[in-house]
Ligand binder design. Structure first.
Ligand code: FAD
Length: 416
């Protein structure tokens, strides 16, 4: 079924009886050409691009819970391509371009909103770093503007400009950045993939990767063995656990990241702001809630839930940037598991096991990467060669020293 304004009107006047389920609920087949483990944004996008751009048939996505139940439905919905390093910027700029055409490609309203993202700076050194980053972005064809304090004050007069400790000295603005309704991304990719014959199998946990003579044969699941010519793993926070099933150790640690929503407020914030002195980022949803987040928890964990010390820490950061949020009540918060890599950049690569491919290490920036990650992983699975924008995302870079350390933090995953 194609969605359109005409279809909405027709359904409205005929009692909404014509809508059909958005994707099927198939039984697993004994085998597929390609099995993708993980029905998050990245797994579903991979399936969509495999079917739509590479003509792959007999593809399945295996999800242990329900699609959209992982990080793709838990993030703060921010998209941007404001990276500096050569290994990253072309990839994230491709992703932003794919976001710009996503709704037409999927025939699905994902509420892509290019409302702009402003990274605030609070010292002369930070402003210099942003100038450098903005220039690098422009060299790669992305948009970037360096704003002075007066321009920032004109945009957001309610910020705490004259804070003696963290005065706002300006900001780096990317007008094409913004937000996308996160769960609609999962639903849109699922619908598009399903319509091209991809089997999306929910409530099916992969419990083992069956490997014989160095080659993957398929996956053991809670619903039996499923054979596969190729297996692509895209399980985000569970990367280390799933890849350990094939005996592989990853340069990844898992940490919890939390997100928060305030009660609904009248429109006050029409873009995305990130605080350069504390770890705090905020936007306002179409329902009126302020959607915000901060740093990851300071220890490794697979617990998919929030905790009070981080609530306090993030709210303190928010108050020091926007004192007026002290008036708003916090409505809810939740947590997701982040696959933090040692250099803060992702991995999209083959593995030493023949037929087994890995996509992960997204840290807390993988939502914006969803379309490019799906396309690059589909390319790798279909052609056995890395996509031209993802040539740096190799597993062996941690052995040969070719790090893509955007923040310059070194091998300290909780600081990326
Ligand atoms: C609070 C929070 C805020 C964030 N904010 C942003 C942001 O503003 N911008 C941004 O770019 N990124 C953000 N991120 C990061 C982003 O959400 C993730 O990097 C990205 O969603 C990860 O990829 P995914 O969508 O495929 O992951 P997921 O949706 O987590 O998909 C992985 C799937 O694998 C499944 N799975 C795991 N193990 C198995 C198994 N054994 N068998 C079968 N299935 C399995 C899981 O159930 C899950 O559904 C945020 C994340 C969180 C938690």
């Amino acid at each position: 079924m194609r969605y359109s304004g005409f279809r909405v009107i027709r359904e409205a006047v005929t009692g909404h009886k014509g809508w059909v389920p958005v994707w099927r609920d198939p039984e697993p087949q004994p085998s597929y050409d390609i099995v993708i483990v993980g029905g998050g944004g990245h797994g579903l996008a991979t399936a969509h691009y495999l079917a739509s751009r590479y003509g792959a048939a007999r593809v399945a996505v295996i999800e242990k819970g329900w699609i959209g139940g992982g990080n793709v439905g838990r993030n703060t919905t921010i998209i941007r391509s404001n990276y500096m390093l050569d290994g990253n910027e072309p990839f994230y700029e491709m992703s932003l371009k794919l976001w710009e055409g996503l709704e037409q490609d999927l025939n699905y309203n994902a509420m892509v909103s290019q409302r702009g993202i402003l990274n605030l700076c609070h010292s002369d050194g930070q402003r210099d770093a942003y100038r450098l980053r903005g220039n690098a972005m422009r060299l790669h064809g992305a948009d970037a503007e360096l704003l002075g304090p007066g321009e920032v004050r004109a945009m957001y007069p309610f910020l705490n400009f004259d804070d003696a400790r963290f005065p706002i000295k300006g900001g780096l603005l990317q007008r094409r950045g913004g937000t996308v309704r996160h769960d609609a991304v999962a639903w849109g990719y699922a619908r598009a993939a399903d319509s091209r014959g991809v089997d999306i199998i929910q409530n099916c946990e992969v419990t083992g990767l069956r490997v014989e003579d160095g080659r993957v044969l398929g996956v053991d699941t809670s619903r039996g063995f499923i054979g596969a010519g190729k297996v692509g793993v895209a399980v985000a926070g569970n990367s280390s656990r799933v890849m350990a099933m094939a005996g592989l150790r990853l340069p990844i640690e898992s940490h919890v990241l939390q997100a928060f929503v305030s009660e609904g407020l009248k429109p006050v914030l029409d873009g995305v702001i990130t605080y350069g002195a504390g770890h705090f980022y905020v936007s306002q949803s179409d329902k009126g809630g302020l959607v915000f987040g901060g740093d990851i928890d300071g220890y490794n964990s697979y617990a998919q839930r929030g905790n009070l010390p981080t609530v306090e820490d993030v709210c303190e950061g928010g108050l020091s940037l926007m004192p007026m949020v002290g008036q708003a009540r916090l409505l809810r918060m939740w947590g997701g598991i982040m696959d933090m890599s040692m250099d803060g950049s992702p991995i999209i690569d083959r593995t030493p096991v023949e037929g087994l491919y890995f996509n992960g290490g997204w840290c807390y920036g993988g939502f914006k990467a969803t379309p490019a990650s799906g396309l690059a992983f589909a390319h790798l699975l279909a052609t056995d060669t890395p996509h031209e924008t993802a040539t740096a995302y190799r597993l062996d870079r941690f052995r040969n020293g070719r790090m893509i350390d955007e923040k310059g933090m070194g091998a300290t995953p909780n600081l990326h």
